[in-house]
Design a protein around this ligand. Structure first.
Ligand SMILES: C[S@@+](CC[C@H](N)C(=O)[O-])C[C@H]1O[C@@H](n2cnc3c(N)ncnc32)[C@H](O)[C@@H]1O
Length: 294
């Protein structure tokens, strides 16, 4: 079959099958994201702006540049920022936050729980533009009404530097904050005035609870030394293949305290992956309470 080229003069240079293979292998090696052949148009579209910015006329030239020592230092991050999919929202998969309040927090900080001192280390492992960690912060701050000693530190990581900048700014439009329950909007979001009308900023009290760090989940080099009590690793493993998922969950398990909870996205599960977690409910797993720290 003749190699298909995608793209046109108007959209920028076309991408051959060979160029797609080279670039998708690079993306896989660098961040674990598996791009199936059907993603060629998407990849060409997302990277064509970078070619223009660099004055390059083909994806082959782009590949050669981004794999050169200079390109690795200056362009690889831009490429990763372009290829990762960052869709997220406040209170996404809302039932997880209900489970967190009704079951997870009581079982961790209750009188027999492993965190009865009230301190929880929480990790939002692929935090995108921040809606997930700030939702966690709102829910955990609210839960203090019932658990006054509750005190949480949230580590929020992502491979994409642009989304992390957005997350650190903590400013969201009216449409984006729509899913936040009204009482939490009043309590945890500051309404912009004047030229910032229509925008909301997360209150300092919640911003202080969250630390953002640039992290590649598949590198295994995680920016914290504590073990986590709650891990949200949602809607990211869908982009990884089985061997990458298996290795990732081996590492995540090692970073969790005995009794800690793991939340996955609605389309994700540990089925077919070798692991030591206990199944708690669909998309929710636990490191066994009696498990020794590894
Ligand atoms: C679809 S978003 C999910 C955001 C949030 N967890 C949620 O469920 O709404 C996936 C995020 O995973 C990040 N990501 C992809 N590969 C990654 C990797 N190897 N290491 C860290 N983050 C990664 C992307 O940059 C993106 O922000």
């Amino acid at each position: 079959m003749a190699a298909e080229r995608v793209g046109s003069v108007d959209q920028g240079p076309s991408m051959s099958d060979k160029e797609f293979r080279l670039l998708s292998e690079l993306v896989y090696a660098e961040c674990g994201i598996k791009l199936e052949p059907g993603k060629k148009i998407m990849l060409a579209g997302r990277l064509s702006k970078r070619l223009r910015a660099l004055g390059l006329s083909s994806f082959r030239e782009y590949h050669d540049y981004v794999t050169s020592p200079e390109g690795r230092a200056s362009e690889l991050g831009n490429m990763i920022d372009r290829v990762s999919t960052n869709k997220t929202e406040f209170f996404r998969e809302r039932h997880h936050f209900d489970v967190l309040v009704d079951e997870t927090i009581p079982s961790l900080v209750g009188p027999d729980g492993p965190c009865r001192d009230g301190h929880l280390n929480v990790w939002s492992a692929a935090c995108s533009t921040g809606e997930e960690p700030y939702t966690l912060a709102m829910v955990l701050a609210d839960a203090r009404d019932k658990w006054p000693r509750l005190n949480a530190s949230i580590m929020a990581t992502d491979i994409n530097r642009e989304v992390l900048q957005h997350a650190i700014r903590a400013v969201y439009s009216k449409t984006i904050v729509q899913p936040v329950p009204a009482h939490m909007r009043t309590r945890y979001l500051l309404r912009g005035k004047g030229e910032k009308d229509g925008y909301y900023r997360v209150v300092p009290e919640l911003r202080k609870m969250v630390t953002f760090r640039h992290t590649n989940l598949i590198s295994g080099d995680y920016p914290f030394s504590c073990t986590m009590d709650v891990v949200f690793c949602r809607n990211v493993i869908i982009y990884f293949d089985r061997p990458t998922q298996t290795e990732l969950f081996r590492r995540i398990y090692a970073k969790m305290s005995p009794g800690a909870y793991l939340f996955l996205g609605h389309a994700e599960s540990l089925q077919g992956i070798e692991h030591k977690f206990e199944w708690t409910a669909p998309t929710i797993y636990r490191r066994p309470v009696g498990a020794e720290r590894s």
